[in-house]
Design a protein around this ligand. Structure first.
Ligand code: MG
Length: 348
């Protein structure tokens, strides 16, 4: 009952996309599809469905306790990987909607782009990459795809459309997605982290707004809010009516300048990054421990080995999935001797 009407709801949305969106948009009814056949939803398009699958997956919830820049920050107002992801999605959706591109696809790619990030941000990623370099190394964008294709749902993956996986895989600067929606996310990621990392560094007292070189703030603006607004406007105005997503030369150069400024003054600042050596040590120790004690992995990961996955790959996946807190607690549990209960001795 009502099946025809319900089916019409999705089809009507698909028709609406063709009436409203730019000719350069990715249309849901022309998706390149999923690896495994799936019955379509009666009311949601395939891209809406992908967004929902990502939002409801476990890897998405773990982002709340993964480092963005500052390791396990105690202050409530620092970004985590989850709030960074939501900021990327918001910037990206604003741009997609303004350009009449597919907002659902943009949101799905945004929410999925960092699912494969390790605990402890790029310090954790570098550590895992170093350990696994003889086996192809580790990078978070490839791991994000691995999460949605394999690791979620106990090895079944989320069976997402090819456009979403392409956008997730190619969100890094050195790569380029096939769709304009993916290109929006690739730029929105940079906009979000450059601006919010500056904001968090000011919050931490590492830099102050007036330290940022004037030639950069003259172009981009002199507050986080103004910079975000100006960059988003610049992208929209420079991409309107084009089959590309681009910035003006001035803004692009200033964004690069701001990124270089961050590298020189925040990412490598001893106050912010003083703990990195410890992260490397922790990741190395956990890796070594689980390579030799696979029986201590969780049932889900023991299952992957039983199904034929290599021990090295499985231990790498296990560590990559951890949140900061989970990794620290596990390390303490395994590596630090437990103190004896003084009370029980006193009572003897
Ligand atoms: Mg990101």
């Amino acid at each position: 009952m009502g099946n025809d009407n319900s089916a019409n709801l999705r089809q009507r949305q698909e028709e609406r996309e063709h009436m409203m969106l730019s000719k350069y948009a990715s249309f849901a009814d022309r998706t390149l599809g999923r690896d495994k056949d799936d019955i379509q939803c009666d009311i949601r398009t395939d891209f809406q469905r992908d967004r929902d699958r990502i939002l409801h997956c476990k890897a998405f919830r773990r982002l709340k306790d993964k480092t963005q820049v500052f390791l396990s920050p105690e202050g409530d107002h620092y970004r985590t990987r989850l709030t960074h992801t939501l900021e990327v999605a918001q910037n990206a959706r604003t741009i997609a909607r303004a350009l009449y591109l597919n907002e659902d696809l943009t949101e799905a790619i945004s929410l999925g782009h960092d699912l494969g990030h390790t605990p402890f941000g790029h310090a954790g990623e570098r550590a895992l990459n170093k350990i696994t370099k003889d086996r192809g190394g580790f990078s978070h964008n490839e791991q994000s795809v691995r999460v949605v294709e394999i690791l979620e749902k106990g090895g079944r993956g989320l069976n997402l459309t090819r456009e979403v996986r392409d956008g997730i895989l190619n969100h890094k600067s050195a790569l380029m997605p096939d769709t304009l929606e993916g290109k929006i996310v690739r730029l929105s990621d940079k906009i979000a982290y450059v601006n919010s990392d500056i904001d968090d560094a000011i919050r931490a007292g590492i830099i102050s707004e007036s330290d940022i070189p004037k030639e950069l703030t003259d172009v981009l603006g002199d507050s986080t809010k103004r910079r975000l607004n100006n960059i988003v406007h610049d992208i929209v105005h420079n991409s309107e009516g084009k089959n590309d997503i681009c910035m003006s030369e001035d803004v692009e150069q200033s964004m690069k300048g701001l990124r270089n400024y961050l590298f020189a003054n925040v990412y490598t600042n001893p106050t912010a990054k003083g703990e990195e050596r410890k992260v490397e040590h922790l990741v190395e120790q956990l890796y070594d421990y689980f390579i030799h004690h696979t029986e201590k992995l969780t049932d889900e990961f023991i299952g992957f080995i039983r199904e034929g996955e290599s021990i090295e790959r499985t231990v790498c996946d296990f560590i990559a999935c951890m949140s900061d807190r989970y990794a620290i607690n596990l390390y303490k549990d395994i590596m630090i001797p437990k103190s004896w209960s003084v009370k029980s001795i006193e009572h003897r």
